[in-house]
Write a protein that binds this ligand. Structure first.
Ligand code: SAM
Length: 338
């Protein structure tokens, strides 16, 4: 079991709460919420924080890890996250010029796979993906990746700043200073945009390793439901609970004793990786998250109605699919016709 949070971490959190320090600078606490007398709390990893602070703290984590995110993803998962993402996209099998929204899409990993799959498996160059993320630093990493692809400067890909919990709202777009000359590491990129996502405008909504970072999962699911067309698919890839007890123990030891030190060693940031592993532990169990998806209004795979609408049954009680014994899990749902 892990003990109390490190001193450094506790101090940073306090600094954030007091309104100073690196993470605190990223806080976006709206005045109206601050005025709310009823202070609600939520989890930031293993810590209990005022609900209004979580978004800013998460923002601080991803601003800190953005440039090293891919390297760390490989180091943390021994490269296996690539296989999970491949399976996710293979299962969704995008094709036919559909409109996709990849929420918390950060570095564009899922978007690139969706577009590659549609093109290579179905000769589809019409399918479009909007990558939406709350963090401009993560979106810039995604823009850099997609700039190297054939989809760049085509209607097939767009990047946009937004909050998964309020897709109908826009966010202030920070000014980006481009370098004087384009280099591979630091290319000239178009400015980010932030536009509301219209109701019933999407055929496919994906969110990979993003939903556990959101303060209100129910609001994320409600927004997913709103933006999908009837018959549209919701798909979430997230860390699950490991089904084999022995493996669960080994995985827990690895998560808490290996990942934060790797973060320290490779990118000099232990705290952010400590948060990432704690947030995994906090995420609901497979069946509990499936229930939340159903409560948002989606039909779960495995039900007769979902099957009749063409949503394939998944291995885990029909409603989810465990990857690597549940280290990661795919959940899907389909929006019913009214
Ligand atoms: C672990 S990364 C996942 C990135 C990418 N989907 C992948 O699979 O590699 C989590 C992402 O969630 C984003 N995020 C966190 N809270 C969010 C919110 N409320 N709305 C949109 N994106 C959010 C972060 O900025 C970060 O880019």
């Amino acid at each position: 079991m892990r003990g109390a949070p490190s001193l450094c971490r506790g101090a940073r959190l306090l600094a954030a709460q007091a309104g100073c320090g690196r993470m605190a600078r990223a806080l976006h606490v709206s005045a109206s919420v601050q005025q709310d007398n009823e202070r609600r709390t939520t989890h930031f990893g293993f810590q209990t924080v005022d609900e209004t602070l979580k978004e800013g703290l998460v923002h601080g984590v991803f601003s800190s890890v953005a440039s090293s995110y891919d390297l760390m993803n490989d180091a943390m998962s021994l490269g296996i996250h690539r296989l999970w993402k491949n399976r996710f996209v293979e299962l969704l099998d995008p094709r036919g010029g559909i409109e996709c929204l990849d929420v918390a899409g950060g570095t564009g990993d899922i978007a690139l796979r969706l577009l590659d799959h549609a093109r290579t498996k179905h000769l589809d160059r019409e399918t479009r993906v909007t990558v939406l993320d709350i963090n401009p630093s993560m979106l810039v990493e995604g823009q850099k990746r997609l700039k190297e692809s054939m989809y760049w400067n085509t209607p097939q890909i767009r990047f946009q700043l937004g909050n998964a919990e309020a897709l109908n709202e826009t966010m202030p777009v920070p000014e980006r200073r481009n370098p004087p000359a384009s280099t591979r590491r630091n290319p000239i990129l178009p400015p980010l945009v932030s536009e509301p996502i219209a109701s019933e405008s999407m055929d496919l909504y994906t969110i990979a390793f993003g939903i556990r970072n959101c303060t209100h999962i129910d609001r994320v699911l409600a927004e997913a439901f709103r933006v999908l067309k009837p018959g549209g698919i919701f798909a979430c890839l997230e860390f699950g609970k490991v089904s084999l007890p022995l493996l669960a123990q080994v995985y827990r030891q690895y998560s808490f004793h290996v990942i934060p030190p790797i973060g320290e060693l490779l990118v000099g940031d232990r705290d952010s990786y400590q948060y990432l592993v704690e947030s995994i532990e906090r995420f609901p169990k497979q069946a509990d998250f499936a229930r939340m998806v159903a409560e948002a209004g989606f039909l779960l795979p495995g039900s007769a109605e979902a099957s009749s609408m063409g949503l394939p049954r998944l291995a885990g009680a029909g409603a989810w699919e465990d990857l690597t014994f549940g280290i990661a899990t795919i959940w899907t749902g389909i929006k019913p016709f009214a």
